[in-house]
Design a protein around this ligand. Structure first.
Ligand code: GLA
Length: 400
């Protein structure tokens, strides 16, 4: 049974400092740390101006940075091949390919927002599994944003974090070309340890990105969050995510509303196109399930949360059609092995499931999923325990 450990923050920060010195021949002036995330519930609702309820993972990306006087940029990673070099003045959408676009895109978007970002050397290293639906890209973006703050001497206070979230979202959508919503960057920059973050993207009501902590109380309830990475490759730039988004926009246009946040279930049921109707039904019912989950958390009603998880998975499998056989097996097996509830999480088409399990069943549930994968002829999955963790920060500043 493979569990991915988050690693010791001080050791990871030291490792990235050492690697930076080896790569570039000097010490970094700042290290930013930013977590990946797992979404409890509220999938594909962010770009539909709805509600989401993610938590930050203890697994994070560390970005070491130092300014340069010549305007050059060098970006490297201990986890990725193909370092990138360029010039800060040439940064623009379309100029950087591959994984480095997420990092370079943040520098570009922060400059667009008025920050005087100089040339920099950047090196990143972390433990967020890549392509697993756990927001390794947001962790990369937000760690670079924090490192850039460190280089600039900017205190990442609440107002700055809002600006950084917007810049990281622009990096992903405009520079990397992934038409995602704003959940991942927002939770990475604003989460609190021990809580989920309820984020409301209702632009029409002036609440875009408004967020509040929702206490989880997992420990007193004897529960834990088990995340299973199916290892089925997951890419949000391959067109299927964009196709879902286009269907949602078509549904809103057909209903004459600015977004599906404003649509009622009754109106959605009247849509003519079967596929568009099912896509919209997932969004409208999923937003309600986020509300139900928050209410159930307030009351400590874990059974209600379990059934919201189940309904959410069925809705994503049948109406939104973003699940896959591996995710379905992980979810079904988790519940059979004692989980209170389980669902696929993240963008879909592979990636991870999340299960709410009695803490003493954590390993037994993981083992049952491993066995079910062997029986089904799937490749081995890997697991991690999602302990709700703190938001991104400057490592050095946090240690003082
Ligand atoms: C990805 C995107 C998010 C969100 C989820 C699905 O993680 O980056 O913006 O849309 O998929 O909920």
């Amino acid at each position: 049974m493979a569990f991915v450990e988050a690693g010791d923050p001080a050791e990871l920060a030291d490792a990235v400092r050492t690697a930076f010195a080896e790569a570039y021949g000097g010490a970094p002036t700042a290290v930013g740390r930013a977590p990946g995330r797992v979404n409890l519930i509220g999938e594909h609702t962010d770009y539909n101006r709805g509600l989401v309820l993610p938590v930050s993972l203890p697994h994070a990306t560390y970005a070491a940075a130092a300014p340069r006087v010549d305007g050059r940029i060098r970006i490297g990673s201990l986890e990725q091949a193909d370092p990138w070099t360029g010039s800060v003045d040439d940064l623009a959408p379309g100029t950087v390919d591959g994984w480095a676009a997420y990092a370079a895109g943040v520098l570009w978007a922060m400059r667009e927002d008025g920050y005087d970002v100089p040339g920099v050397d950047l090196l990143v290293h972390g433990t967020v599994p890549l392509g697993a639906g756990l927001s390794s890209s947001a962790a990369l973006e937000c760690s670079v944003a924090l490192a850039a703050c460190g280089v600039l001497g900017v205190d990442p206070d609440a107002a700055v974090r809002r600006r950084l979230a917007a810049a990281c979202i622009r990096a992903e959508t405009e520079m990397a070309g992934a038409p995602t919503g704003g959940m991942d960057q927002t939770v990475s920059l604003l989460a609190s340890a021990g809580s989920a973050l309820l984020i409301d993207f209702d632009v029409a009501a002036g609440r875009d990105g408004a967020a509040r902590d929702v206490a989880l109380g997992l420990d007193p309830a004897g529960l834990a969050l088990l995340v299973t990475d199916t290892r089925v490759s997951h890419a949000l730039v391959d067109g299927r995510y964009a196709a879902r988004r286009a269907d949602c926009e078509a549904a809103a246009a057909a209903l004459g509303v600015p977004s599906l946040r404003q649509a009622s279930l009754a109106a959605v049921e009247g849509l003519e196109n079967d596929r568009v109707r099912r896509r919209a039904r997932h969004i409208v019912t999923e937003i309600d399930r986020v509300r139900d989950t928050v209410a159930a958390l307030d009351e400590g009603d874990w059974q209600a949360i379990g059934s919201a998880f189940r309904d959410s998975h069925v809705s994503m499998r049948d109406d939104f059609e973003i699940s896959c056989p591996e995710l379905d097996v992980a979810v079904t097996t988790a519940v059979e092995a004692g989980a209170v509830g389980a669902r696929m999480t993240g963008g879909g088409f592979g990636g991870s499931s999340i299960a709410l399990v009695p803490v003493e069943r954590l390993e037994a549930v993981a083992r049952a999923i491993d066995a079910a994968f062997v029986a089904a002829g799937f490749g081995a999955p890997q697991h991690l325990r999602a302990v709700p963790s703190a938001a991104a920060d400057l490592v050095d500043a946090a240690e003082v």
